[in-house]
Design a protein around this ligand. Structure first.
Ligand SMILES: [Zn+2]
Ligand SMILES: [Zn+2]
Length: 140
């Protein structure tokens, strides 16, 4: 056992080797079986002579949009490219009600005043459906 250093400025004690302690791991499993782990670490750093413990949250592997989710409930899988993304960067297509990333959606304008974000598979379908009929299908 190595002695535990004592910092007189901050009386909290830290072990000499436990500078990075994993305190929580939450696993997300997507509908197609992809896995992402949200790992919470207590990171002990020397900040200008004062020992501080900070929470460091990371996602392994990182999400496609670079965001770090708080919990597995924040993760979505794109139905087209299977990329894992944060819920706030995901889009639900109003036609098929499936979830997509920004790359797999596109702005669709049935007329010049209205535009709507649809998934690319639905837009591809729209090119084979009479435009007017398709527009009625979306807006009722
Ligand atoms: Zn996608
Ligand atoms: Zn769609």
């Amino acid at each position: 056992m190595s002695p535990v250093p004592f910092n007189p400025i901050n009386p909290q004690q830290f072990s000499q080797t436990g500078d990075r302690v994993t305190t929580d791991v939450q696993r997300y499993c997507s509908p197609t079986g992809q896995i992402a782990d949200i790992i919470v670490n207590d990171l002990t750093i020397d900040s200008n002579g004062v020992w501080k413990t900070e929470k460091l949250r990371e996602c392994i592997p990182p999400l496609a949009d670079g965001r770090i989710p708080d919990s597995p409930k924040d993760i979505r899988e794109c139905c087209r490219c299977q990329g894992l993304i944060h819920v706030e960067s995901s889009y639900i297509c109003p036609v098929c009600n499936l979830t997509f990333c920004i790359v797999c959606t596109t702005e669709f304008s049935p007329d010049k005043d209205k535009s709507i974000r649809l998934c690319i598979p639905c837009v591809e379908k729209a090119t084979t459906t009479p435009l007017q009929k398709f527009y009625k299908w979306i807006v009722g």
